[in-house]
Design a protein around this ligand. Structure first.
Ligand SMILES: C[S@@+](CC[C@H](N)C(=O)[O-])C[C@H]1O[C@@H](n2cnc3c(N)ncnc32)[C@H](O)[C@@H]1O
Length: 251
């Protein structure tokens, strides 16, 4: 997997670029989706690809949480923000914690799954970590149906003495494959000193039907929820899977 500077040497910028408070509304939909299906109680949830734990930070007072990420730098951010959460270093395709949960959450980190093999492996991880009737929430940034071609997003965020101007140039170099490329430019002003950093992310792009079919093949009943899209159209889908009983599982 390509090294993403934002989750490595530039991880300290994550809380500036995408602050936790901006996740409150979206986390409300996640809380609602879990409560609707699991009912009241402090259910056990596992987030795969927790990043800085910004989305999760809005759920920790309702649920008992465990989190996994492949980046030690991002895990360190989430540990600081969510001290009551158990954190583990791991890859969502292969991690095995030897525990089951009531819910498994995969937020925008699922965007780094680049082909159907990656998605199958990740949904198998989710299934192995869920009790029967448990709930899987998956929220890719983009699905094929809403990606309208080359898109440029631009935003500015400031925290303390650090201001970052972010430009994201998102394009699909080869429409025949399942990948999108995002080229990020960060103009960083720290105490009046400016520098520019560049970062390239490759992300998966699949039609809605691929998401639902692969989740069903992994043993889930799937509902497709529409959420208010973010700027540019991303984040419009939340796929909700409920783990079927073993006799219903297609192997
Ligand atoms: C956009 S960040 C997630 C941000 C998170 N939603 C939040 O609220 O802070 C994406 C994360 O996916 C993680 N990631 C990418 N590939 C992964 C994999 N194969 N397994 C686990 N985590 C992965 C990255 O390390 C990064 O922390």
């Amino acid at each position: 997997m390509k090294s993403h500077r934002l989750y490595n040497d530039l991880a300290y910028l994550w809380p500036v670029i995408s602050p936790p408070e901006e996740y409150a509304e979206e986390a409300g939909y996640w809380r609602g989706a879990l409560r609707d299906r699991l009912g009241p109680g402090e259910h056990r949830i596992l987030e795969l690809g927790v990043g800085g734990g910004h989305n999760l930070s809005h759920l920790t007072s309702d649920f008992s949480a465990t989190a996994v990420d492949i980046s030690p730098q991002m895990l360190a951010l989430s540990i600081k923000l969510n001290p009551g959460v158990q954190h583990h270093l791991g890859d969502m395709r292969t991690v095995r914690l030897g525990q089951t949960f009531d819910g498994v959450l995969i937020h925008d980190a699922i965007s780094y799954m680049l082909n159907e093999g990656d998605l199958r492996a990740t949904f198998a991880t989710a299934r192995i970590h869920l009790r029967r009737g448990g709930v899987l929430l998956v929220a890719p940034d983009w699905v094929r149906e809403v990606f309208k071609g080359t898109t440029v997003l631009h935003w500015v965020r400031k925290k303390g003495d650090v201001e970052v101007t972010i430009q994201e140039y998102l394009h699909d170099p080869d429409p025949a494959d399942t990948e999108l490329e995002s080229i990020f430019t960060y103009t960083i002003d720290e105490n009046g000193n400016q520098r520019v950093e560049r970062d390239t992310h490759i992300m998966g792009l699949f039609p809605v039907n691929t998401w639902t079919t692969l989740m069903e093949e992994a043993g889930f009943e799937v509902e497709t929820l529409r959420l208010p899209a973010q700027d540019g159209g991303y984040g419009a889908f939340l796929f909700v899977g409920t783990l079927r009983s073993p006799q219903g599982v297609v192997s």
